[in-house]
Ligand binder design. Structure first.
Ligand SMILES: [Zn+2]
Length: 283
């Protein structure tokens, strides 16, 4: 697992084949995949069942992560799937840890100037063409974000993602620039490139400041450490994870309360420190 810690304390992580399959629907052993989910939570200091896995369907819905339940201990893998929001993106305003699973599709992780406000998206060919990434930026803007950092995680690259000429032409008509050529000269789609173009255009339309980062990128088909549906269908899914900073007070409260803490500790200075920290970073 590669882990990246940002100056504001949020953490980003991507798992690989050494960490094992994390998809309950993929791979031969859902119980083992579920146990690996709990191990990843432990390794990241996330409470068991709190990492919000989605039931991904190649759609464009953005789940409200703060309304999703914690997975109770001893839940069967089938029960864990039933409790998962049916969506390919999720947004938290309170710092709920988020994850998407992929094997060639693109995971994209979104942080904002508020370390409790973050989002993740699973963007395959279908989701990208249908506009899941603009939906996520719109949802973040509606939640008050103005400065966004986006990490494009491991996915199949434009030099590898071979598709029929007709499919490349159809995709190009919807998202100009997505059509590319493989290293061996046939038609392909450049999902990472198209994601960058689309994110940049959407941020401009919405008046958002956007930085796009590739520290977590890799080509899943070329890199044997990654799960790749094209190389080994059904072998498993890798996880792209974002652990925001938990919000220490209800987001609706605007007036700091100067009441003494029940334990005799004055909580107000801490709250001021926290707000300075939240407002004090950016790029
Ligand atoms: Zn490649």
């Amino acid at each position: 697992m590669r882990i990246l810690t940002e100056p504001d304390g949020i953490r980003l992580a991507v798992t690989d084949r050494d960490d094992g399959n994390l998809g309950l629907h993929a791979g031969p052993d859902p119980a083992a995949a579920q146990a690996r989910r709990r191990r990843v939570e432990r390794d990241l200091g996330v409470a068991a069942g709190r990492l919000l896995f989605l039931e991904q369907v190649h759609g464009t819905a953005v789940a409200a992560a703060d309304e999703a339940p914690t997975i109770p201990a001893e839940s069967a893998p089938s029960r864990e799937r039933e409790l998962a929001p049916i969506a390919d993106a999720a947004l938290t305003r309170t710092g709920r840890p988020l994850v998407v699973l992929t094997a060639d599709c693109l995971p994209v992780l979104f942080a904002t100037e508020d370390p409790s406000l973050a989002a993740v998206a699973h963007a395959g060919r279908r989701g990208l063409l249908d506009g899941i990434l603009p939906r996520v930026l719109e949802a973040l803007a509606a939640a008050g974000a103005e400065r966004i950092r986006a990490w494009i995680g491991p996915g199949v690259c434009g030099s590898c993602y071979e598709v029929p000429e007709s499919l490349a032409a159809e995709a190009e008509a919807i998202l100009p620039g997505i059509a590319a050529r493989t290293a061996w000269g046939t038609a392909s789609l450049d999902l990472p490139g198209a994601a960058r173009t689309q994110l940049t255009a959407t941020a401009e339309r919405l008046g958002l400041r956007l930085g796009i980062f590739s520290e977590l990128s890799a080509c899943t088909l070329e890199d044997p450490d990654q799960f790749s549906h094209r190389r080994a269908p059904g072998e498993g899914r890798l996880a792209a994870i974002l652990v925001p900073q938990p919000r220490s007070e209800p987001p609706a409260r605007t007036q700091p309360q100067a009441q003494p803490h029940p334990d005799g500790v004055d909580a107000a200075p801490h709250r001021r420190d926290h707000e300075q920290q939240r407002g004090g970073h950016g790029r």
